[in-house]
Design a protein. Structure first.
Length: 257
């Protein structure tokens, strides 16, 4: 029963560590990956963006809400000419008026004659570029569009990813579990090595006893004495009785016949 429990525990730990490793690789890739000309960290032309507001929350199939993680296609210069009304695009704007630009992902509602775009969140009443809007965004030029929403989202994961990108979140959710796992694996290796050495010594002793000219009763008694000595030595944190001692015991028992 104990062995079965340990086996199940090992499997669970291995599965958990694989999940942690996958998450850590994804986070590290998103944080440390080289940025393309758009400035958005991406993997194979895909960017993951955390939604910061409910400006695109609605009943349309491609709407999303605050806290979602959306997958966007990075747009290079040659692919921006195909943008049209109804596309959901990502661009940089200072949405809080704090002098720091964030990613804004809104829908194109109007294509101007000069090729620039007017955008709006589906949940907003005004265009981002409307004079009444606060803060007011300038018209979006094709060159300012960073990415296009692919239609794929993962509900609620955006906040988790943002937390994992912080030093504390990365340490608690990625580094700490990995450290614990490696310590656990080191302990497993040591215990397996000890168990292997014990089993090897026991097999050598059994082979030595079986090869001797003793009766079955003497062999059984000698084996029991050897196991008892092994248990006593283990409890006292001493070295195991070497096979040579067993051989001497066999010879001594043989002389007593």
């Amino acid at each position: 029963m104990k062995k079965a429990f340990i086996k199940v525990l090992n499997i669970v730990v291995d599965v958990l560590v694989v999940m942690v490793l996958i998450v850590s690789v994804l986070v590290l890739t998103m944080v440390l990956t080289s940025q393309n000309e758009s400035g958005v960290p991406s993997v194979f032309g895909k960017a993951t963006i955390s939604v910061l507001t409910d400006s695109m929350k609605g009943d349309k199939a491609d709407d999303f809400a605050k806290g979602d993680l959306i997958i966007c296609d990075i747009l290079e210069k040659g692919t921006k000419d195909s943008l049209k009304k109804g596309d959901i695009v990502t661009f940089n704007q200072d949405i809080n008026g704090d002098g720091k630009e964030e990613y804004v992902t809104h829908r194109i509602y109007k294509v101007n004659k000069d090729g620039t775009f007017q955008t709006k969140g589906d949940a907003n009443d005004l265009y981002d570029q409307a004079p009444e809007a606060s803060p007011q965004f300038p018209n979006i030029a094709k060159g300012d569009v960073l990415a296009k929403y692919s239609g794929t989202k993962i509900g609620g994961l955006g906040g988790v990813v943002d937390y994992l990108k912080t030093p504390l979140g990365f340490f608690l959710c990625v580094l700490l579990p990995m450290i614990i796992f490696f310590i656990y694996q080191a302990v497993r290796v040591v215990l397996n090595l000890i168990a292997y050495n014990k089993e090897k010594a026991l097999n050598q002793a059994k082979e030595l006893i079986e090869a001797s000219d003793l009766t079955e009763e003497q062999k059984k008694k000698l084996a029991e004495e050897y196991l008892a000595a092994q248990a006593a030595n283990s409890g006292e944190d001493k070295k195991e009785t070497p096979p040579e001692d067993t051989e001497a015991a066999v010879e001594e028992t043989g002389e007593g016949e």
